[in-house]
Ligand binder design. Structure first.
Ligand SMILES: *[C@@H]1O[C@H](CO)[C@@H](O)[C@H](O)[C@H]1NC(C)=O
Ligand SMILES: *[C@@H]1O[C@H](CO)[C@@H](O)[C@H](O)[C@H]1NC(C)=O
Ligand SMILES: *[C@@H]1O[C@H](CO)[C@@H](O)[C@H](O)[C@H]1NC(C)=O
Length: 326
């Protein structure tokens, strides 16, 4: 007994001495050598409960789209927000023939949760296509746009062939070029306002990143890593989804260069410019972008009258998983 107490005291003394000298050095070394951050799954939006944790937006589309955003009740009863075989579907009405000048029923949803960073992994088997459609998966704060930033992870119009990833902020944020990315930067001034809302876009020029080609490939995964180093976005086509994503132990350090990267630093302090984001999914029609570029014949407004244009105007989402560094 006495012996073991003495022995215990001796061991304790030894480990105290160690932690005062050798341990800090070892700690510093391992921190430098091992850059892997591990992530813990915090929120899952998937399956039959997919729509439980979202708000349905019912105001007029601020980008002048010809849509009539539905309440949760109406979207559910019209089948525009539903879960089929475990897959969440967010759709534009493709049944009603509309008189000229009438907006078409659509859906815009945003999470009740807000985020100030994390690793967001979206498994999207199908994206909306069709004349005049303008779909987006993005995030922003519920108030004070653009002071809390906007991250458009998937956005484009039916007529485009590339995914456009864009950040919007208030003054004092520009996209520092020269990053190791696979996309092509097409604007560096992230500052946006009602009259100049271009933001700082990066184009994903790979064939499977958008529209019919994306859908033919079985869709894929989009990942957004938002942390102190900045905001990175990856796209993986269905056949190239990293195994660590499928096994829910994601390790972005092994994924290769992202499509886009807004680094945090002197040109843009990301934690100052991006705050309290809800995740948003919507499909608008025509409006400021899709209306201006419409090329299906006739006017975008006449296309809205014909339900057959919107049979494929729907998002299908297998899951959205939100991880935080552990
Ligand atoms: C819907 O999506 C577009 C992009 O497709 C976005 O710019 C717009 O602000 C959104 N509008 C609404 C009301 O959801
Ligand atoms: C269209 O109508 C069919 C049959 O009435 C219904 O099953 C389906 O859910 C409707 N789809 C949409 C997108 O409104
Ligand atoms: C951003 O600004 C905050 C203070 O608002 C500061 O603590 C942080 O170090 C800055 N980050 C970068 C990358 O400059």
């Amino acid at each position: 007994m006495i012996f073991s107490i003495i022995f215990f005291g001796f061991t304790l003394l030894l480990s105290l001495l160690q932690s005062a000298s050798a341990a800090p050095l070892r700690y510093r070394r391992s921190k430098m050598l091992n850059r892997r951050t591990t992530y813990t799954l915090k929120d899952t939006y998937a399956g039959d409960t997919f729509f439980d944790d979202w708000d349905f937006f019912t105001d007029t589309d601020p980008t002048e789209g010809l849509v009539d955003y539905q309440s949760k009740e109406d979207a559910t009863s019209k089948g525009l927000a539903r879960v089929e075989n475990g897959v969440a579907i967010i759709a534009v009405d493709s049944n009603s023939t509309l008189p000229s000048g009438t907006n078409r029923a659509s859906v815009r949803i945003s999470t009740k949760n807000t985020y100030n960073g994390g690793l967001f992994i979206y498994d999207v088997p199908f994206m909306p296509v069709g004349c005049g459609t303008w779909p987006a998966i993005w995030s922003t704060a519920t108030q004070n746009w653009p002071n809390n930033g906007e991250i458009d992870m998937i956005e484009g119009v039916h007529e485009s062939t590339q995914n456009q990833i864009t950040m919007h902020t208030n003054a004092g944020c520009s996209l520092a070029t020269g990053q190791a990315i696979t996309g092509t930067v097409s604007g560096t001034t992230c500052e946006s306002s009602g009259s100049n809302n271009n933001g700082c876009p990066t184009m994903d020029t790979t064939k499977n990143s958008w529209g019919s080609d994306f859908n033919t490939a079985g869709g894929g995964v989009f990942a957004k890593l938002w942390d102190d180093t900045g905001i990175k976005i990856w796209h993986f086509s269905r056949d190239n989804i990293p195994a660590d994503i499928t096994s829910k132990s994601p390790d972005p350090s092994t994924w290769g260069n992202p499509v886009s990267f807004l680094p945090s630093g002197d040109s843009c302090n990301v934690s100052d410019h991006f705050k309290d984001h809800t995740l948003i999914i919507n499909i608008t029609l025509c409006g400021q972008w899709a209306g201006a570029t419409f090329s299906c014949g006739g006017t975008c407004q006449s296309a809205v009258m014909d339900p057959s244009n919107f049979v494929d105007a729907q998002w299908k989402i297998n899951s959205i998983m939100v991880y935080q560094p552990s």
